[in-house]
Design a protein around this ligand. Structure first.
Ligand SMILES: [Zn+2]
Length: 241
């Protein structure tokens, strides 16, 4: 199994690794900082470089299958090759900001509207989130935006850690962590926690994505629209600057 370095250290943008397997258009590495598409967060892109031959491969996508697969252009490097990987950092950092903002939005919607998040998709320059709610008014959206920007201004710490599933189910609020959405095969849960001003958790969610270390790094949040996504379901669109 590839050691997924991004789960512990989200700020690392370069790394050294060995090729474990080379397939037609992709490689499996022994360790990686490249995030694979999942949880509404797009994969990282970047380059892999062989420092001996100075050959470089563009990483065009990353997928989680049996383990993490890096799609590369051209003939992939062969098994055993030592490589240096480098992420397209601007893109990844934008994903981290958007993903953290999405956690805050999910928490605010639950807190203020009892609206549970049902889906989300983020990009490097915009994002949307779906939730169970009949319809938000313009005032609701303005209130949501103001609350999000208050949470950014408070610069709350964001922490992540792994819990045994049984412990997670005993200790954490099931509505907020949404552990019931995870397949039974998952026995260790990665928790992402936004720490409130009083030191207790403002929000805790089971999530394998990458996030910034404090809410201040998110930047200014603008709620740019809403649309109906079906009976009792709303989509909220937002951008960061
Ligand atoms: Zn997340």
């Amino acid at each position: 199994m590839t050691d997924a370095l991004y789960l512990a250290e989200t700020r690392q943008r370069t790394f050294e690794a060995h090729v474990e397997r080379a397939l037609d258009d992709r490689v499996v590495l022994d360790r990686t900082c490249f995030y694979p598409t999942g949880g509404g967060q797009p994969s990282d892109t970047g380059v892999l470089r062989d420092p001996v031959t100075e050959t470089t491969w563009r990483v065009t996508g990353v997928e989680k299958r049996d383990t993490i697969h890096h799609m590369v252009d051209g003939n992939p490097p062969t098994a055993g090759t030592s490589l240096v990987g480098e992420l397209d950092w601007e893109r990844r950092y934008a994903h981290m900001r958007y993903h953290t903002a999405q956690h805050l939005l999910s928490a605010v919607l639950l807190e203020a509207f009892d609206a549970e998040t049902t889906g989300n998709q983020l990009y490097a320059d915009h994002a949307h989130l779906d939730c169970a709610y009949p319809r938000f008014s313009a005032t609701d959206l303005a209130d949501i935006e103001a609350r999000l920007n208050d949470l950014v201004a408070a610069d709350l710490p964001v922490e992540w850690y792994v819990l045994d599933r049984g412990e997670a189910e005993r200790r954490l609020d099931p509505e907020r962590t949404r552990l019931h959405l995870l397949p039974d095969s998952i026995t260790e849960i990665r928790i992402v926690e936004v720490v409130g001003p009083d030191g207790t958790a403002y929000d805790r969610t089971a999530c394998a994505g990458t996030h910034v270390a404090s809410t201040g790094a998110i930047g200014s949040v603008e709620v740019v629209g809403r649309e109906t996504k079906g009976t009792g379901e709303e989509r909220i669109e937002f951008v960061l600057s």
